[in-house]
Design a protein around this ligand. Sequence first.
Ligand code: NAD
Length: 481
Amino acid sequence: MAQLLVGGERVSARGGGEMPVVNPATEEVVDTVPKGTAEDVEAAVAAAKGALAEWSGKDPDERAAIMRAGIGAVKERGREIAELLVREQGKPLSEAMGELHHFIHGMDFYADLASKVRGAYAPLPSSLGKSYGMVIKRPVGVCAAIVPFNFPLTLMGTKVGPALAGGNTVVVKPAETTPLATLRVAELFAEAGLPAGVFNVVTGEGPEVGEALVAHPDVRRVAFTGSTEVGRRIMELAGPQFKRVSVELGGSDPVIVCPDADVDAAVKGVNIGRFFNAGQACLAAKRVYVFDEVYDEFMEGLIKRVSRYELGDGLTKAEKPKIRMGPMNSARYRDQVASQLEEALGRGARVVYQGEWGGEKGYFFPPAVIEGAPHDSRVVREETFGPLLPVFRVGDLDEALRLANDSRYGLGSSIWTRNIRWIHRAAQEIEAGMTWVNQLHYGYDELPFGGVKDSGVGREHGPEALEYYLESKSVVIGGLD
Ligand code: NAD
């Protein structure tokens, strides 16, 4: 059985509970993890609090060096960790290796920033005596990192990276279904020299472990990635204690394909953007608006690509030219996508293409492309968190922009055109945290990442995210007369 990591020790849950981790491709138990409770959260937060002075007091170069030692250990065990990720999450091995690479890149990015934190100097009026001001940067303190199942490692890294670089300590709560790779990575960081208590992991159920963590008075910073519904609950719990919160939530990214687009490139971007990770991505092409002039060409190209997917266990490769698509992570999400599709079809939408799945085990959902879905159907109103893509015909840019913004979400978006005026309008007018132009929706470590509207509050990635883990403290130096 895997163990919690609390204060540098591998421990069982204090209540003795356990939870199975199931392989979504085979429905077999991969391993069990402790079913943590509020008591384990208490111990982990105490360990994190106890480790704060030592970690934040270290020379920033030393903090960066220890982070890099952990990153190196993860790199060395890359294949082993990626295989573990496939077994618990379901994604194909190549995608798991890609996720691991993204995690490493992001952690490196913040290790590099540990010694580059900057404050400020301000000359002050002398009416109260000669003085000057400084803005110094202090760590926020103990941070909670609550992570979803779709990218367990990268989405942990976007929190742990800036937290550690800023001199904070952290307690991670992975998703119920994907705790194993996370625990392994945390163990490797501990073995590589991270002081005990700096990076703790408590596994368990969201309402129990997650809520205890968010509500704990010694946790000063809550970084959450997950569903909009749970994000709302996080805000309710953290608000009364004035915690610093970021919530990265669901999305329904619109994609606009214009008549002058490189249609082949747009097809490639939409195909990967929607069907990568079996469609379980917050940032993904979820509604595509294609101008009449290129609609048929786009659809033909898209079907050609989507028909290459072959469902199966992520640890085995599909034979070329087929491409492996893994199962969805849980029966719950598979059934949700199936019911969204059914509702759209019941309201007049048509399936343009759907793959096949004849297996008996595993939470597989064959990729589907539909057209003609009403704009108030669930595939548009709700987030579709699986390999299901509605495509719409549009007549002009005004219509495309109006429909793109007709959503409660506002995470990513893209436009495929070379028309500079249209690019300008998309950048200015689409209500989203991010707009890509002629590119796949990809979360670069270098750029702030996050949403507007129901897609959340706050930003991860980029130097900007480090600021969310630092307090600006004003210091006035007087007595200079
Ligand atoms: P989820 O909200 O069900 O769970 C996310 C995490 O929160 C898990 O660790 C879970 O155990 C925990 N949790 C559940 N209930 C809780 C509670 N009451 N208090 C505290 N913690 C609780 O989300 P999921 O199903 O794991 O992930 C899918 C969702 O995540 C999708 O909506 C997706 O769009 C979103 N997501 C957003 C981003 C982003 O950056 N915007 C990235 C990836 C995923």
